[in-house]
Design a binder for this molecule. Structure first.
Ligand SMILES: [Zn+2]
Length: 173
């Protein structure tokens, strides 16, 4: 049974209610993926910077609408802390997961990804230049001991690992 932990354990990486002065507050508010979920925070994903798209081959994914330099923060995410995995969780620590079905949960896997995820700060940072229209991708085996849904990767990268099962299982092979 999925259990949502108590409210004070639902965190956002920042809780800064202030947005930079040069941002039109109304359009910013309308671009927020997390509009009804939490107060605005610095680095949160917005619809002017990324978009959820449906692709036949990959299912739903997240593409960037802007150029992102290598080393630049792509976005920080917000989610509910759960004691079990879902399709939209990443693992924070053993037995503890963060669920965000709106943005983070749409990031697709690649064995040669353009993002790295820091689960301490719930931050995605670019590890290569990202062009407008590129899928935002991460390596699921960098956060998950065991994947909620294991799959045979067809990311097409020369570094493709094939079966994606999770950190623990890949290490034990
Ligand atoms: Zn792959």
């Amino acid at each position: 049974m999925k259990k949502i932990l108590k409210e004070q354990e639902i965190v956002s990486p920042g809780n800064d209610p202030h947005t930079p002065a040069n941002i039109n507050i109304k359009s910013y508010e309308n671009n927020r993926f997390y509009k009804d979920l939490c107060a605005p925070f610095e680095g949160e994903p917005t619809r002017d910077r990324m978009e959820v798209v449906q692709s036949d081959a990959k299912g739903e994914g997240l593409i960037s609408l802007v150029h992102i330099n290598s080393g630049q923060v792509a976005f920080k995410f917000f989610g509910a802390f759960l004691n079990e995995q879902t399709l939209f969780t990443l693992q924070k620590s053993s037995g503890l997961y963060v669920e965000d079905p709106f943005v983070m949960g749409k990031v697709l896997h690649s064995c040669d990804p353009n993002l790295i995820c820091d689960m301490k700060t719930l931050t995605f940072t670019a590890i290569k230049p990202i062009a407008t229209g590129d899928y935002l991708t991460m390596d699921y085996e960098t956060t998950e001991d065991e994947l909620y849904r294991k799959f045979e990767c067809q990311c097409g990268s020369q570094k493709c690992k094939g079966p994606i099962k999770g950190r623990a299982q890949s290490q034990n092979q």
